[in-house]
Design a protein around this ligand. Sequence first.
Ligand code: NAP
Length: 250
Amino acid sequence: MRILVLGGTSEASKLARLLSEARGISATLSFAGRTKAIIVPPIPYRIGGFGGVDGLTSYLTAGRVNLLVDATHPFAEQISRHAAIAAERAKIPLVVLSRPPWVRTEDDNWIDAASMGDAALAPGRAPQRVFLTVGRLPIEAFAKAPQHFYLIRTIEPPEYPLPLPNYQIILERGPFAVKAEETLLRDKAIDVLVTKNSGGEAAFAKIFAARQLRIPVIMVARPGAAAAALHDPLDAIEVILRHQAALRGV
Ligand code: NAP
């Protein structure tokens, strides 16, 4: 059975490990190539876009792929849309693996934002010290609120020059520890944290730290309607093995 896993997430990497141990399965993990230092998986991998829906469909049919797994990040909208269309065109099953969103507790002070544009306006008019943890690409949306100081944390350096007058960059890759996040929030005198509702454990420490320090969190909602997704790589492998049995006619 040939499987293509669209990755770039820790869930995809976990699934790759599980697939490397499964019998009769030849799986390839696909990275977009956004980060230079990929964590090399125990299965074959490829890097780079496919060239839109047509390119992905051709890849699936030419490679006689039997099943497609979309294990991309919940905010990676375009590739997920392409995956759904390409799987349908190639007439193969699509398994969607996506970590569940974080859920607010009564100790949290979250301000919901429907988009990055809304998040940029949420801290208000008065200058604030904002901790921006939304990745490189959405930074531009915050140009409309230049009165704030931005502490920006990304894995790879953003595109310079940034459209912001007052900022500091920290280049760091998670997972992060709660104590270290608390120290950072305190040392940088952060008033408000901005994050996507990515879910997962690796990035949760900042939410927990903000809760402890009673710092408000501007939480950007996931795009689109929640797809009927599996949340756990172990559930995904179970579904994949069922498809494998069906292919064999067992
Ligand atoms: P996107 O906007 O949904 O996709 C843009 C284009 O990048 C796609 O059309 C596709 O190019 C290519 N692409 C995306 N994921 C790919 C993959 N796994 N393998 C091959 N090509 C891929 O994606 P994005 O938000 O920029 O995210 C890019 C990657 O980073 C994804 O793999 C995602 O899982 C990971 N990631 C994203 C975020 C986030 O917040 N968005 C956070 C952490 C990790 P073609 O049209 O040419 O095929």
